[in-house]
Design a protein around this ligand. Structure first.
Ligand SMILES: [Zn+2]
Length: 122
């Protein structure tokens, strides 16, 4: 399952960052999901829950930030906003659209608790 491999990767990255910062626990993870990433937030939440069991991210709060998609129309040479793929240009209605943004899936930030119980963003 697509979402499960993404979830495992997110937890792995979050844990390695938390370890670098000498954290004992990850309290929250902010995940940036592009509107065109082809990821279902609900499925990803479910998978993150499963993937985080037994890790520092167990019981971490997962916050999704949806980022807009954008592209460039090759026909009328405009930069346009894109909500779905394949994309259609809102101006000339052509389908010659390349995607610039919106397919990314990445960790924006993680919040950790360190040994002294302080909270920090890394
Ligand atoms: Zn166009």
């Amino acid at each position: 399952m697509h979402e499960m491999s993404l979830a495992l990767r997110i937890i792995e990255v979050a844990e390695s960052e938390a370890k670098k910062a000498a954290a004992t626990r990850i309290s929250s993870i902010e995940v940036e999901v592009g509107r065109l990433a082809g990821v279902m937030a609900e499925a990803l939440t479910f998978c993150l829950d499963a993937a985080s069991r037994g890790t520092m991210a167990e019981s971490a709060k997962i916050v999704f930030i949806t980022t807009a998609g954008s592209g460039h129309c090759l026909d009328c040479k405009r930069d346009i906003s894109v909500d779905e793929f394949p994309a259609q240009c809102p101006d000339c209605h052509g389908f010659g659209v390349t995607i610039n943004n919106g397919t990314e899936l990445k960790i924006r930030s993680i919040s950790i608790d360190d040994n002294e119980g302080r909270q920090d963003n890394v």
